[in-house]
Design a protein around this ligand. Structure first.
Ligand code: ATP
Ligand code: MG
Length: 392
């Protein structure tokens, strides 16, 4: 019965010029999200509203579900579009809409009309009152409640007339592309995909970097990260994933540095490389899935040690989350099942039995001196040979 969706978005934060940027980015993201949905969709922007209309029959559920992944949307309203054939006809259509949609309805309700076409012969208040009257005539069980109605019938008078009553909640946030770009350190774990999702939700475009260590880590482990990037891309739009071969660097650290410092030093090199690739490709920040105290390399001392090597801001949206809450989110965005597939990642292979949990920066810096001879060239090579996979 529905031909279109009216898209509601948070308007409070967007004034003046930003409004156009916000709306244009939202339209672009909606178009992207609908690419995979059967149908021929037109996305139009008019007078502070965005409409998604289909020229062909479309799968209602699938379309609504795709729209629910577009950040910036707060509400998705399935709309019936009517030609203007006079007020009596509108009243009939409205009553028949309620009957079809809600059956023999006995709810409290109100009509909320908006007259965008000022030449329409009735004012909003008149439309509200008169349509309300017609509805009461047809459904004696219904009652008007203008303050807390169970059902609101929205009528928008434009060139045509738009009728709707459902608001499916959107994800909120801001359209991807309105807040610059950042580089996500994406591993095969539970946390980093969730971190990417959260930062993308604030309008930040995401690139990603994955460090793999063949043959110590398998192709399956790499594929798992590509799959995770694809899951995040369902929300964040296409992701440029840089796959960095980290094997030589890891082996070199293993050879030259104390093993209990291995994880910290490795993580420092990951940050350095991620930052360097990010700088070259237009990222303004880094994103990790770190959370205080979760593992030895995420004590506050360890975080300080890994943070020290970069100058870009590092976004750690999960920093104060309990694991349980992260798991809940990962299930919600459908990355969990992929994350728990049992493929080793490069950090788990070289970990010491008793890694330092309170690294002393001076000690770490001194250990890294042991790498001086070759490490810069190795880092440069890792960056140069990074393989780009475009996902989503
Ligand atoms: P995750 O669940 O995201 O893997 P984790 O709890 O396993 O996190 P660590 O292994 O200590 O934590 O990694 C901390 C963060 O460092 C990750 O959230 C991720 O952002 C980044 N990271 C770790 N390993 C890799 C890797 N192989 N490639 C890219 N980033 C990585
Ligand atoms: Mg991990």
């Amino acid at each position: 019965m529905f031909q279109a969706f009216l898209i509601k978005y948070g308007e409070i934060a967007i004034k003046g010029k930003n409004r156009y940027l916000f709306e244009d980015a939202l339209v672009a993201q909606i178009r992207h999200a609908l690419k995979g949905v059967e149908g021929s969709f037109q996305v139009t922007k008019e007078q502070g509203r965005i409409y998604v209309e289909s020229l062909e029959p479309f799968d209602y559920e699938e379309t609504a579900e795709a729209l629910q992944r577009v950040f910036g949307i707060v509400g998705i309203c399935p709309v019936v579009i009517l030609e203007d054939q006079g007020f009596e006809r509108l009243a009939e259509e409205t009553v028949s809409y309620i009957a079809k949609r809600y059956g023999d309805c006995a709810k409290t309700f109100k009509v909320q009309a908006r007259r965008a076409r000022k030449t329409y012969p009735k004012e909003s208040m008149e439309i509200n009152a008169e349509l309300g009257g017609k509805i009461l005539e047809r459904f004696p069980g219904m009652k008007v409640d203008v303050h807390h109605p169970e059902l609101t019938i929205y009528i928008e008078i434009r060139e045509r007339i738009y009728l709707y009553s459902d608001v499916i909640p959107g994800p909120g946030g801001m359209p991807v592309g309105t807040n610059g770009k950042s580089m996500l350190l994406l591993s095969g774990g539970i946390d980093s995909p969730v971190a990417g999702y959260m930062v993308a939700k604030r309008g930040v475009k995401i690139d990603a970097v994955y460090f793999h260590a063949p043959p110590y880590t398998s192709d399956r482990a790499r594929q798992k990260v590509v799959d995770l990037a694809a899951k995040v891309a369902r929300y964040a739009g296409p992701i440029y994933l840089y796959v960095v071969n980290f094997t030589d660097i890891q082996l070199y650290i293993y050879e030259k540095c104390p093993h209990d410092e291995l994880t910290i030093i490795m993580r420092r090199y990951m940050m350095r490389i991620a930052e360097e690739i990010g700088r070259k490709t237009g990222s303004l920040g880094l994103i990790t899935g770190e959370s205080i105290g979760q593992v030895a390399s995420q004590t506050v001392q360890s975080l300080a040690a890994t943070n020290e090597v970069c100058t870009m801001p590092v976004f750690r949206p999960l920093i104060a989350f309990d694991k349980e809450d992260i798991v809940t989110l990962s299930k919600k965005i459908d990355t969990y099942e992929t994350s728990i597939q049992p493929f080793e990642d490069c950090c788990t292979i070289f970990v010491a039995k008793h890694p330092v949990t309170k690294p002393n920066l001076n000690v770490i810096r001194r250990s890294e001196k042991n790498l001086e001879e070759k490490i810069d060239a190795m880092v440069a090579e890792a960056i140069e040979t990074a393989e780009l996979v475009v996902v989503g």
